[in-house]
Design a protein around this ligand. Sequence first.
Ligand code: ZN
Length: 485
Amino acid sequence: MRVFTAGLQSETNTFAPWPTGERAFAEGGMRRGGDVLRGSAPDYQTAQRWRDLCVRDGNDFVAGLFAWAQPSGPIIQSVYEAMRDEILAALREQGPFDMVLLFLHGAMVSTGCDDCETDLVQRVREIVGPSAAIGVELDPHCHLTQALVDVADAIVLMKQYPHDDYLERGEDLYEICLAKARGEVRPTSALFDCRMVGFYRTTQEPMASLVAGFRAAEQQPGVLSVSFAHGFPWGDTPNTGSRVLVITDGDADLAARLAETIGREIYDAREALLPRFPTVETALSQALETRGLVVLADTADNAGGGAPGDNTSLLRAMLDRCVTSAALGAIWDPISALACADAGVGATLRLRIGGKSGPASAEPLDVVATVRAVRERHSQAGLGTSRSGMGLSVWIEVAGIDVVLISIRTQVFSPDAFTGLGIVLADKKMVAVKSSQHFQTGFAPIAARIIPVATQGAIQMDFATLPYVEKSDLNYFPRVADPLA
Ligand SMILES: [Zn+2]
């Protein structure tokens, strides 16, 4: 067997003010061929796992382009097309292939295409023909379309959020596609539309038990895979929403029945699944009343969902409340980071931090800051065993709060975003992180309490009022109480 692999990922926030261009992919990561096998990001690790499985099975492994960009607005069309066409050219020139495995996101929108993944996979199909097995691994925050299900042989989504299971799902996909290529199974997919828009934390109930149910359903005879597409609420496309995908071995009825059964279980839990986070004021009061370290999540300013990462509201509220023994990170502010780095450790200077990217960033904050540490190429533990670069980063102290400023826009995944600069978290009262959910893996072990906060910013959790223009079906929960009735 000959196996071709490629990756193209970004989670487009169509409400974000800036497009995603070439520099965003250059900064995020672009590797090709053998170079992919030396990278540590989740997409490269997945390619490495596929390579290992190919070696095990005596299959030829070929890697095309693997590219990822921190999300922002729609990808500039020429940038998308250049990457797409590079993947297709490699596929054409190095073929023929029996299997194609693609590590995509599922919520990629370009300025000329609202469903880049389907566009790419349809072109892949034209090249490899109907008999090759095409497998796609997706992030659960995807707009899973019937068109993509129709053109791929198998689609497998990460089940967990935080997405720590990307390697296991890559293995699932490989095994299904290999069995299909060998003629041992006939992957048959069904999609059920839950008519929901939501934010589903698999670390919490009732979602944790629902995910356990997906795994149990995969043990049924004839069932190859069960996935839940959470959807990406901040991507306004015709197909935005939550869906269940079931793959069986040749049994279309079973796939459809099981997808609906699981979809209705999720639907029945829809009220309990709605995120209900406290306001900033309430969250700060709760944190101050709690013994031990409290982790506050600035859920609305998560760069991983396309937010700018320089919103100042939470820091301003902490300063207004005279909170001390606290840390906050990471504010994306390369200009201030440069100024602090030049001023040097120990310098005290007046700074205007954050609030620069657009209306979702709130107002810039004028502070007197003391520079405590400077690190040229700071990084933190990312998803799984990957690392996430933060670039030139500084620790500044502002009125008793240790603040991290970074130069590469990213959410906070892990405590070493702070401790890597020398900040001690153990003796803190509270630490505020710019992230919606991925921080849970790293911070849960050190937190006495975690409080996701209903902050103001680019990622609002009030799904009933998101200003959709492109989404074709507005009959969805929570905009409508019982849309499946
Ligand atoms: Zn995701």
